[in-house]
Write a protein that binds this ligand. Structure first.
Ligand code: GLC
Length: 573
């Protein structure tokens, strides 16, 4: 029976009509309860907590080994209890899945592997009921080579969509137009014998780059975002924004010493990334987003704050939420380095966005863990990025301390770059394994063997077990998220670094209208004490009252004591 068959006229009765009207009325009320601007005048996304879902791996409702949209719908109360306000779902559009959805074959549909548009609508409705908004992933730089636009484009030099992609003659017979390298390995140009020209692809050859200099491309992409906003989407995460434009004169990139993990020469992407034209397109995408109060999150791999700053736009007319990946590049527990990075981002002209993990980078459990105290370190990191000024984006599974599960053998690798780059590059399978729900078969993700194997740690690190343990990573995340949703200093407050000479304890104050929260995080393997003079911040004789603390952490007067990797979040009185 289809989900909508209960609406058939034969079932209509006065009672049903009344209950239908009530349902419609209630859902309108629910929508109205999620205003675009919250009471302090902040747009909704500044106080929201975002959660990234890799749909293949979150929850499998039809037990085929791959997650799906109905699986996500079934977990809305889990997400709400955790303290999530918006989910960003990585691409779930029809796709040959060469890059697991980042090769889109139709921008306005759902891949049958994940369900259909009715399931999508159901998911948005379930989200509304639970006050969880839905953000989709928008892949503007490239399509799949199976997309009808590319199929037409490659069919002849005069095809209507020829100029929708980037076609060029080779430099000489058998030689690509220039030296640009695909970041997924090999030349960024693939020769197509049908028309005897090369097409350009920053990523896999199956992901040809769109030609954003063609106004028809721009128009169709803007219309696509509008189409999804009308369907209830609250924003987009924009994939690979810095790659939209490249040098029309095709200058060679400067070659750097050495080779990368794929064995290609290292290059500086001077002529194929970060072109100023991207900002005009971001402004256009933003205008469309503003028609619906939607948010644009950027996959902004920047190497300095000036670059990150540009993505906010003049007067904030581009991305509301460019992600700070420089934060993820601080790959050790180093208070001085984290302080430097936060200070840099604080000096930018937009609202900070903190991330510690995603589907392209090794999970934080492994990156920061020392192999012995990983759970304590996981909690420490949770208490850290969730109490900074700005919006955090959690990657699914971080809240239960999921670890990377890298393939042990080349033949098990699913991510193509893991096969071409083996053994230096094992690919990204390790950080994309199924969510660990319970101790049942396949960690409760699916009744069938999942597309990627579940690591043995699921026996201890899973939602069901951790829900019952007050000292679990999950409960720490829940406590911190609950606090940040209600505590004004955490929601609104300024960030001030404290004790900046301390090499072991990362501490800062979040203060707002005479109220403050102090966060102290012991990033070392030895016990630490830290005392605070908050007179400069206007809290002269302050005493600390613990709000959330690791088992042996305590506050007395203006001093905190922390066990190795201990944490304390305290109210300043
Ligand atoms: C982004 C995605 C990554 C994908 C690439 C190509 O970096 O996060 O997963 O492979 O874009 O679309």
């Amino acid at each position: 029976m289809s989900r909508r068959s209960w609406l058939s006229p034969s079932l209509f009765s006065p009672w049903l009509t009344l209950s239908l009207l009530l349902t419609v009325f209630c859902s309108l009320v629910v929508v109205a309860q999620v205003p675009p601007v919250d009471t302090e005048g902040h747009p909704w996304w500044q106080h929201a907590v975002f959660y990234e879902i890799y749909p293949r791996s979150f929850a499998d409702s039809n037990n085929d080994g791959v997650g799906d949209l109905n699986g996500i719908s079934s977990k809305m109360s889990y997400l709400r209890d955790l303290g999530v306000d918006a989910i960003w779902i990585t691409p779930c559009y029809p796709s040959p899945q060469v890059d697991f959805g980042y090769d889109v074959a139709d921008y306005e549909n759902i891949d049958p592997m994940y369900g259909n548009l009715a399931d999508f609508d159901h998911m948005v409705a379930e989200g509304r009921k639970h006050h969880v908004r839905v953000i989709l992933d928008f892949v503007p730089n490239h399509t799949s080579d199976q997309h009808p636009w590319f199929q037409d484009s490659k069919s002849s030099r005069t095809a209507p969509h020829r100029d929708w992609y980037i076609w060029r003659d080779g430099k000489a017979p058998g030689q690509p137009p220039n030296n640009w390298i695909s970041i997924f390995g090999g030349s960024a140009w693939t020769f197509d014998p049908t028309t005897n020209q090369y097409y350009y692809h920053f990523f896999y050859a199956q992901q040809p780059d769109l030609n954003w200099r063609n106004p028809a491309v721009e128009k169709v992409m803007l219309d696509t975002t509008r189409w999804w906003y009308k369907r209830g989407v609250s924003g987009f995460r924009l994939d690979a924004v810095d790659t939209l434009f490249e040098d029309p004169a095709l200058h060679d990139n400067p070659v750097l010493p050495g080779v990368n993990k794929q064995g290609d020469p290292n290059e500086e992407n001077q002529y194929n990334t970060n072109f100023p034209e991207v900002h005009k397109e971001l402004q256009n995408l933003r205008k469309v987003a503003d028609e619906s109060g939607a948010v644009l999150i950027g996959e902004t791999w920047t190497s300095n704050v000036a670059q990150l700053d540009r993505y906010y736009g003049q007067g904030g007319n581009e991305l509301q939420m460019p992600m700070d990946f420089m934060f993820t590049m601080v790959n050790k527990l180093s208070p001085p380095e984290f302080r430097r990075q936060i200070a840099a981002v604080e000096s930018a002209h937009g609202w900070p966005v903190f991330v510690i993990s995603n589907h392209d980078i090794v999970r934080s459990y492994n990156r920061y863990g020392d192999g012995k105290n990983n759970d304590a370190i996981s909690k420490l990191m949770g208490a850290f990025y969730l109490t900074l000024r700005g919006t955090p984006i959690l990657y699914y599974g971080e809240e239960i301390g999921m670890e990377n599960n890298d393939p042990a053998r080349k033949e098990d690798v699913k991510d193509p770059i893991g096969r071409t780059g083996w053994p230096k590059e094992k690919g990204r399978d390790g950080e994309r394994t199924p969510m660990q729900w319970n101790t049942g078969p396949n960690a409760g993700f699916s009744k069938k063997d999942p597309w990627l194997p579940v690591p043995p740690s699921y026996q201890t690190h899973n939602v069901a077990t951790e829900s019952k343990d007050s000292n679990s990573v999950l409960n720490l995340y829940k406590k911190v998220l609950a606090l940040r949703h209600t505590n004004e200093a955490l929601l609104e407050g300024n960030y001030t670094a404290l004790n900046e000479d301390d090499l072991n304890v990362m501490c800062y104050l979040r203060s707002y209208k005479g109220k403050a929260v102090l966060v102290a995080l012991n990033m070392s393997a030895t016990p630490q004490k830290a005392a605070f003079d908050l007179s400069k911040q206007g809290f002269g004789r302050a005493t600390l009252r613990s709000l959330i603390a690791s088992p042996e952490a305590s506050a007395k007067g203006n001093e905190v004591t922390l066990e190795p990797f201990g944490l304390l979040i305290a109210e300043v009185n």
